[in-house]
Design a binder for this molecule. Structure first.
Ligand code: ADP
Ligand code: MG
Length: 322
């Protein structure tokens, strides 16, 4: 069982950033309105994710560390309809199997639970008087999988991966207040009042937020709304393009391309904007189960969607230039 979890961990928990991604997704799924992420030494020494969500019922906490013990028992097709981010029930057991993990979790006005696991084995199991929500502390990540540890090149690269995830989470969930602390320094904090532009200001700065323009367009299949930076604000790569489909941050090459093309067909060939695009569509048009991390998705009529986005951005940029 431990071995199976470590093997699964190879897929789900590639690096500290993937641990943070899974833990934050769980916090979002638990309907948290505040999520704090603290890391030390790029997450290799310590990761703490604190949320104010629903908590795990005391009697279910142990089971959450068994494989495929998801409480979100939906088919993958339903995934984008139901809007929970997790569904495989692999993350907690995988993370626990390659670290020392402490969890404190409580439902509202109930006695909570405290568990401490090492390499996936439960060492401590007590009840805990906690507030509503969940705190998960992951220490000594990959201590028992030296190969994985060796794979990690530099702490700086790891921190930038984590920062990217945190930024994307903040931009795709403007109604949640996120806080990100790296080695004791507050890197980012959003208000969580539902305003995307506010989230953009917290992530990229107030000056950038002022130089973003609203994009809105739709057709029969798709509804797109978001922000793109003015031509004077460009970036050298696509790290600053955030695509959100039905509330989920995704990777999609051709849609990224559409954003860049709409933007750069005006003046700045090959330049990348800062952009946040919210795309809503019928979940039936989606296939998410392409990769365990759930970020690569296929969309039917992807070309049509790309065209729609490209034209809307092109139009908006043209108005600005005139
Ligand atoms: P999945 O998210 O795919 O269901 P995970 O291994 O990530 O699987 O989590 C297992 C279960 O533990 C979840 O289904 C959920 O019930 C519970 N859980 C995990 N993290 C939290 C959290 N922060 N708040 C509430 N419940 C949680
Ligand atoms: Mg999960």
């Amino acid at each position: 069982e431990t071995l199976a979890n470590q093997i699964a961990a190879g897929e789900v928990v590639e690096r500290p950033a993937s641990v943070i991604k899974e833990l934050v997704e769980n916090a979002i799924d638990a309907e948290s309105t505040k999520i704090k992420v603290e890391i030390e030494e790029a997450g290799l020494l310590k990761i703490i994710v604190t949320d104010n969500g629903n908590g795990i019922p005391s009697e279910d906490v142990e089971r959450a560390f068994e494989r495929h013990a998801t409480s979100k028992i939906y088919t993958t097709d339903e995934l984008f309809r139901i809007r929970t981010l997790g569904f495989r029930g692999e993350a907690l057991p995988s993370i626990a199997s390659v670290s020392e993990l402490t969890i404190e979790t409580a439902e509202d006005k109930k006695t909570g639970k405290h568990l401490y696991l090492k390499g996936g084995e439960i060492i401590e199991n007590t009840s805990a008087q906690s507030r509503r929500g969940t705190i998960i502390k992951v220490e000594q990540l990959f201590y028992n999988t030296p190969a994985r540890l060796k794979h990690i090149r530099s702490l700086r690269t790891e921190v930038s991966h984590i920062t990217n995830y945190m930024n994307r989470f903040a931009l795709s969930n403007p109604d949640i207040s996120f806080e990100f602390i790296n080695d004791g320094n507050q890197i980012m904090k959003t208000v969580g009042n539902g305003d995307i532009r506010q989230a953009i200001a917290s992530v990229y700065g107030v000056n950038i937020a002022r130089k973003m323009r609203k994009i809105e367009t739709e057709n029969f299949d798709f509804k797109v709304s978001g922000y793109t930076s003015l031509p004077e604000v460009t970036r050298a790569n696509n790290t600053y393009i955030t695509l959100i489909v039905n509330g989920r941050y995704i990777h999609n090459y051709s849609l990224n391309r559409a954003v860049i093309d709409g933007y750069s067909s005006t003046l700045m060939i090959g330049r990348h904007p800062i952009a946040v695009m919210n795309i809503e569509m019928d979940p039936l048009l989606l296939d998410v189960n392409v990769h365990p991390t759930k970020q690569q998705i296929r969309i039917s009529n992807e070309k049509e969607l790309g065209q729609l986005i490209k034209e809307a951005i092109y139009k908006q940029m043209h108005q600005e230039i005139r």
